[in-house]
Design a protein around this ligand. Structure first.
Ligand code: ZN
Length: 194
């Protein structure tokens, strides 16, 4: 993971957390030896090992908890080598492209085949980005909310092309391709039933 790379960029504090815990463990072990004088050497060794082990458990707990309680400025969260911000930005651009594409299609600037191809490509890219972002942290709810919002916005835009397509499709003769009135029952050119 890249989080370790991010950690090494931090300024080194005077005493590294692991050094602190090791030092603490050794002091505790020494204290144990002093307190335990009179015990058999084997007992003292076992006690010392236990104390050091406990200090390592403490280090583990510190590692887990320190990001939660740390008041240092938040490190950029990286997913697959890229920052969350970069992924969010790319996702926004892709979603915007989808909207623009749909708008262009509604304006009749793009052919159906081209629209289908580009739309599929952009959508799969958007889904992939969202999955990447989703896998990267507890932003699931935020993303779902955002996606729902965007999809509902797209819904209003998408009504346009669908509506125009319907009007165009109505009254077109399947036999000769003539455009008739939308309420016509028979083709005015060849007489075929519509
Ligand atoms: Zn016809």
């Amino acid at each position: 993971m890249t989080s370790s790379a991010t950690l090494t960029e931090e300024k080194e504090p005077f005493l590294q957390p692991w050094q602190f815990f090791l030092l603490g463990g050794m002091l505790a072990a020494t204290a144990t030896v002093i307190v335990a004088t009179g015990q058999s050497p084997a007992n003292i060794i076992i006690l010392s090992i236990t104390v050091v082990a406990v200090s390592f458990v403490g280090l583990g707990a510190y590692r887990i908890l320190s990001p939660l309680v740390s008041n240092q400025p938040e490190q950029p969260i990286t997913i697959g080598g890229r920052t969350r911000v970069a992924l969010e930005r790319e996702k926004m651009l892709v979603l915007r492209s989808i909207k623009e594409l749909e708008f262009d299609f509604a304006m009749g600037k793009i052919a159906q085949a081209d629209f289908d191809e580009m739309s599929t490509r952009l959508r799969s890219r958007a889904v992939r980005l969202m999955k990447e972002l989703d896998a990267g942290g507890g932003y699931r709810e935020l993303i779902q909310k955002e996606v729902a919002e965007r999809l509902s916005q797209q819904g209003t835009i998408r009504l346009k092309p669908d509506a125009t397509l319907k009007v165009e499709a109505q009254g077109v003769c399947e036999a000769c391709g003539t455009q008739n009135d939308t309420d016509a029952k028979f083709c005015k050119n060849c007489g075929a039933r519509l």
